[in-house]
Design a protein around this ligand. Sequence first.
Ligand SMILES: C[S@@+](CC[C@H](N)C(=O)[O-])C[C@H]1O[C@@H](n2cnc3c(N)ncnc32)[C@H](O)[C@@H]1O
Length: 334
Amino acid sequence: MSATIVSDKNLHYPVLLKEVLNIISPQNGGTYIDCTFGQGGYSKKILEFPDTKVIALDRDPKSKTIAIKFKKKFKDRFDFHNRKFSDLDKIRLPKKINGIIFDLGFSYSQIKDYSKGLSFNSKGKLNMKMGLNKISADDVIKKLSVTQLELIFKLFGEEEKAKQISKKIIKERLLKDIKTEDLVRIINLSKQNFTKKNKATKIFQALRILVNNEISELVSALSKSCNIVSDNGVIAIVTFHSIEDRICKFFFNSITSSKSVSRYLPISKSEEFYFKLINKKVITPTHEEIDANPPSRSAKLRSIKRHGIEKIETKFLSEKFEKLLEIEKTCSKL
Ligand SMILES: C[S@@+](CC[C@H](N)C(=O)[O-])C[C@H]1O[C@@H](n2cnc3c(N)ncnc32)[C@H](O)[C@@H]1O
């Protein structure tokens, strides 16, 4: 889900902002990479502290408009790259990076942009592209087999009615072009709802993950980040669904603890850990924040701090999530 809201006064603010700032400590200055610039909520707060610099990335070309304003105001303290965060290692970076932050998912402005089709209220051609994509949700619904659809709905959406919904999609697509409103109708007819969540939440999540290759993006960016951040630097990440959180939790635990998953690390390194968990328990929004911004309820913040400069071997992460990565790759080849 989205990390950002627009209040009654149309003010945009990001989820867990205070908590993220506490972890990265920009009051001491330093250079930070904001991997999910969005509307610049985190970047702005960091840049309000003197002696800070931000290198921002966002895959959505629309973020450029806000980035141009930042550039005018903060000049050489700010740089923006319209790139995916899996490209982190392809950007020219200074030697010292004090922190790398991620606020995953999509922004309020993206969900309100109905042409992106991320909202259940969107109409027309299925889309769900956040930017710099190869495929759209329209391609997925038109071209995947019934088995592939069922698989992605089950694995990426944890949807119990994956089979029924996939079968209905295949039946209907023989007769007509399935638009966003048709997909919502198919889902609504297939499901009863016992929770407050919209019935289409899980299927939309599954399609969004596939269209935006969210699993490989995250696995790749995490693996690269831990060798980019400097000694004493931090990585902080806000996730919004269980798959993202599972990947982060596993990765952070693996590189910070000898107990949990050391079998995935090279034997010679298994007793040496160059990262420490900053918050042992996951941080979630306060009741006040959830009241003010209900979509923040699924946010989870995890963070680690680097100690030393030794290169970390990260292949174990893609090996652990091999199955999900393979499905994402195969189903994206349309
Ligand atoms: C929740 S918003 C971030 C909001 C931001 N923290 C703020 O305060 O305005 C997530 C942003 O991440 C971007 N994003 C998602 N996946 C990305 C990826 N793989 N690479 C780069 N940007 C990505 C989206 O386009 C969106 O703008």
